[in-house]
Design a protein around this ligand. Structure first.
Ligand code: HEM
Length: 375
């Protein structure tokens, strides 16, 4: 929790947990240094994007120079222009979802909006046909409800089976688009080229799987966390309706204050001196982005939610060469959806006495957030 971060930042900012042989990093500047120093702190073979899954071969799990090649190729297709191009469709998707619930006077923010919204946007981005929504929806929700009742081994197996299905699906879609290209990411990825090099089929299809893994749960949490903040402070909600220009900095503050991703992993490539200690080669390093976001050296009054905070250089999208490729898309989604919600639904309140359910894991998750409103 944030109190633990606070104590650790002060007393043991570079902390070795003996039992699990894990090193923890808590301070803002240290986090930036670790994430910048890719020679010592590797992204390869870290937990989370581990062996046996396609994600293992993707940008997020690779070091330079191969990372640079993948990222440059992917950047050719994943441009700000391509993202902005989506904004019309993003508004339509948001409006459809709102239309489904606005007459009801109540909804579960997570189930009705926060979950389907990014899934539909990624489907749109990739060019997944609307008919395939039901298949796609299952993949987007995996790791969520279903997986929890299983042992880690079963979950891993389930994950692999699902990834294999996704792999087959995207290979077919890719083959189709190579024959007749459209205005979607798969089509432009398949022709991206640098110095005569293109992405292989495996690189391309794995990247599609990564987009869903990296862009779904995270953005879902951002939307749920924003609604959590808006229902925590009804005056803020009202202020945002009156001063829509405040939305941008409010979203950044939600990202800082309740980050959808709490930490990232690295692995030491060799012994490394850090913060007066020697971290041995091959150690797992847990970088607490969420703690950096509350570091008073960087953020005055870090535990205060300040919708006008400026500057707000939070670490929620990471730092350095792995900085989130999807940040412009996540921001676009939030900047379109949240004002529409405040505009169309008045007096949004949490349902009293119904606890919001929360799960803490690799990401901190609000699983259910029931609200009432007037249309
Ligand atoms: C990387 C967070 C949305 C795609 C990252 C990283 C973080 C992050 C912390 C760095 C990981 C590391 O350093 O190991 C978030 C958050 C999001 C979000 C908080 C939403 C609020 C998205 C979306 C997409 C996306 C919408 C795409 C559809 C990626 C990819 C990478 C990445 C491909 C790997 C980049 C690289 O390794 O070079 N994200 N992300 N993310 N994100 Fe996001």
């Amino acid at each position: 929790s944030f109190q633990w971060f606070d104590a650790m930042r002060r007393n043991q900012p570079v902390f070795h947990e003996e039992q699990s042989h894990t090193w923890h990093i808590f301070r803002y500047d240290d986090i930036r240094q670790v994430l910048t120093d890719t020679a010592h702190f590797s992204s390869e073979n870290v937990p989370g994007f581990s062996e046996g899954t396609f994600l293992n071969g993707t940008v997020v799990a690779k070091d330079p120079p191969y990372h640079r090649k993948l990222r440059n190729l992917v950047n050719q297709a994943f441009t700000p222009r391509a993202v902005n191009h989506l904004s019309g469709r993003v508004s339509e998707i948001a409006q459809d979802l709102l239309d489904n619930v606005s007459g009801n006077g109540k909804m579960d923010v997570v189930r009705d909006i926060a979950f389907p919204f990014p899934a539909k946007v990624i489907a749109e981005l990739l060019g997944v046909p609307a008919n395939d929504w039901d298949i796609f929806r299952r993949w987007a929700g995996a790791g969520d409800e279903d997986m929890q009742q299983y042992t880690p081994e079963q979950a891993m197996k389930g994950r692999q089976t699902m990834e294999n299905q996704m792999y087959d699906y995207f290979s077919r879609l890719l083959a189709e688009r190579s024959r007749s290209p459209r205005e979607d990411l798969i089509s432009s990825l398949s022709v991206a080229e640098i110095d005569g090099e293109r992405l292989s089929e495996k690189e391309l299809v794995s990247f599609c799987i990564l987009l869903l893994a990296a862009g779904q749960e995270t953005t879902k949490n951002l939307i749920a966390n924003a609604l959590y903040c808006f229902t925590e402070d009804l005056a803020l909600q009202q202020r945002l309706r009156q001063e829509p220009a405040m939305m941008q900095s409010t979203i950044e503050e939600v990202l800082r204050y309740l980050p959808p991703v709490w930490f990232t992993f690295r692995r030491t490539a060799s012994d490394v001196e850090f913060g007066g200690k020697t971290i041995p080669a091959n150690s797992i390093v847990l970088v607490w982005n969420a703690s950096g976001n509350r570091d008073p050296e960087q953020f005055p009054e870090p535990d205060r939610f300040d919708p006008m905070r400026e500057p707000n250089r939070h670490l929620t999208f990471g730092h350095g060469i792995h900085f989130c490729i999807g940040a412009p898309l996540a921001r676009l989604e939030a900047r379109i959806l949240l004002p529409m919600m405040l505009e169309q639904l008045k007096d949004i309140r949490r349902v009293p006495d119904v606890p919001i359910t929360v799960r803490a894991g690799i990401v901190y998750v609000i699983q259910s957030l029931p609200i009432t409103f007037t249309a």
